[in-house]
Design a protein around this ligand. Structure first.
Ligand code: ZN
Length: 140
């Protein structure tokens, strides 16, 4: 594995299950036991109904592009080989939205509402970052 030059996410106690699941190549989020809604980012109570009882549940990893930006400017040397690159707000089919890199597509071909699927980039031995690519480009 080549040296990884980008910042590594530092899990909080609330987000640790998300990152541990990512290492196992699962996109896992909290799901309320009362109203059955998923939510993200992680928190200790359901943002829909305030219930404090939830489970960590694997999602489908399938969603759509809600919005996106194309970074043409280099803000960190770790991305030197990647500009321009896409950061998208992905809306999962289960409802929650999360920011992620959208890859395996030319930036000027990205469209809102296009279907995407998660894949897991094992950037170091201890860190896996969920990213997305067009659903029709996913090998699995
Ligand atoms: Zn709830």
């Amino acid at each position: 594995m080549t040296e990884y030059l980008k910042p590594i996410p530092i899990p909080s106690p609330d987000s640790l299950p998300f990152w541990e699941a990512a290492r196992e190549h699962n996109l896992c989020m909290q799901k309320c036991r009362k109203c059955h809604k998923y939510w993200f980012p992680p928190s200790t109570l359901c943002p829909q109904c305030g219930n404090k009882v939830y489970d960590w549940v694997n999602t489908s990893g399938i969603g759509s592009v809600h919005s996106f930006v194309i970074y043409h400017r280099l803000y960190h040397k770790g991305w030197t080989a990647e500009v321009p690159y896409v950061v998208a707000l992905i809306e999962l089919d289960e409802g929650p939205r999360l920011y992620a890199n959208l890859v395996d597509i030319e930036p000027d071909e990205v469209r809102c509402d296009q279907k995407v699927k998660v894949y897991f980039d094992d950037v170091t031995e201890k860190c896996t970052i969920p990213k997305f690519r067009p659903l029709n480009a996913s090998p699995d």
